[in-house]
Each structure stands twice: as C-alpha cells, then as structure tokens.
Design a protein around this ligand. Structure first.
Ligand code: ADE
Length: 230
C-alpha cells in the first residue's frame, strides 16, 4: 500500500521530510515527489504549491503516475468557528469548494454544477484513524467536520460569518477540497488534517506567520501517530 501525502508549502512538509528515508525523487509538473519509507509506511510525499489548481494537479499525478492507494493532505488552515484557536486540529469529514458559484443558475453556493455530489466525503477509516491519533494527543484540541477551500486567503470577518452560515464550515484553506475532488473522481480514499494558524480575520496574515510553526508541529504529530498505527 502506498500513501500519498500532500502539503501546500515547504514549511508544512519539512519536519516530515527530515524523518523520511528517501528512496527516489521524481519531478513532475514542477513538483518534487519524494518516494520512500515514513513511520513504517511506503509513501510519496510532495509539496504541491498553493491553491486549488496546483493541489488538484498534484493529486492527479499521485493517482495516475504513482498509483497511490490513499491520500492524506496535511497543513495549516484558518479557523472559522469561535471555539477554534491557533494550534487546534481540524479533521475534515467532508469538504466543499466555497468559491464555486453558479447560483445564477439556481445552484447552491459551493455546488459544482452537474456533479453528483455537493460535498466530498473523507474515507471513514482514515477519519477514524486520525481521530484515534488525536485521542492519543490529549493536549491538542480536536474538531471534526467540514473544511471549505477556495482560491482566497480569508482575512475578513464578514467572509468567515458567511462561510460559517452557508457551509457550517469549521475551517478554511486553499487545497483540501480540490484534492478531495480529484480523489473522488479517481476513487481514492482520502482525508484532510489541518492545524489552525489563524482565525481568518483582519489580523490573519500576522497570526499566520506567528502560528504556522506550531500548527505544522501539531498536524505533523497527528500524521505521525496515524502512520505509526496503520
Ligand atoms: N490557510 C491558513 N490560513 C488560511 C486562511 N485564513 N485562509 C485561507 N487559507 C488559509
């Protein structure tokens, strides 16, 4: 079994890469795919770049060229709910592309027109194993629910209110839903595990700089615990 691991930014993958026993690297679509062993598993780990297009291309390459059996997306995210704070973990059980908008045709916001699903549901077993990993890290606050993705760094209270009201989203980021979308089309089980770097409000870009290192540490800890038990 091969697990594809995707992060958007170098800083989200560097701890993991430092612990990986690397066997081979391949560059495709300007992304470096690192094949090797990590915490007892065969993995391909890759930094995809920011946004939905980069991440979808990356997930498709993992599917088509590396034939991965599962995909895990890790990294940081903006917290939407007031109870969620920097460093907390959010495990997605489903994802939606919040910037998809064909409402002028009568579709709901986020609905991809002519698609047979509204949200992309994460694999139940992967969600369970992420939950278990969080149970073993009791010092981390964990939330499970919907993550929404769009090609926007959200730093606006009105936008957060809308994302919460419209999608009941716990957190927002820029890649998870397009990775989920790609995995759905390729029938590959997936899960998205993020740690909060900011509250997607007016000071989000400052908090993002400050809290990304701790958020990366936390999301990597959960991934490690998960992989060690897989
Ligand atoms: N990733 C981390 N914080 C984010 C935010 N506020 N909006 C979008 N993606 C993010």
């Amino acid at each position: 079994m091969i697990i594809g691991i995707i992060a958007a930014m170098n800083e989200e993958l560097e701890i993991l890469l430092s612990e990986m026993s690397l066997e081979e690297t391949k560059v495709k679509a300007n992304m470096t795919f690192n094949k090797g062993k990590l915490w007892g598993n065969d993995v391909v780990a890759v930094v995809c770049g920011i946004g939905k297009v980069n991440s979808a291309i990356c997930a498709q390459i993992l599917a088509s060229e590396f034939q991965v059996d599962k995909v895990i997306n890790v990294g940081v995210a903006g917290g939407i709910s007031k109870e969620i704070h920097p460093g907390d973990i959010v495990i997605a059980d489903n994802l939606v592309e919040h910037d998809m908008d064909t409402t002028s045709f009568g579709d709901d916001p986020g609905q991809i027109p002519r698609m047979d699903t509204f949200d992309f549901k994460c694999d139940i077993e992967l969600v369970e194993s992420a939950k278990k990993a969080c149970d073993n890290n009791k010092d981390l606050n964990t939330f499970i629910g919907r993550i929404v993705s769009g090609d926007v760094f959200v730093a606006d209270i009105e936008k957060i209110k809308w994302l919460e009201k419209e999608f009941k989203a716990l957190s927002c980021e820029m890649e998870g839903a397009s990775i989920a979308h790609t995995c759905y089309l390729n029938n590959i089980p997936f899960v998205v595990i993020r740690s909060i770097s900011d509250n997607a409000n007016n000071g989000a870009h400052m908090d993002f700089q400050k809290f990304t290192p701790i958020a990366v540490k936390n999301s990597t800890a959960i991934l490690k615990e998960m992989l060690l038990n897989m």
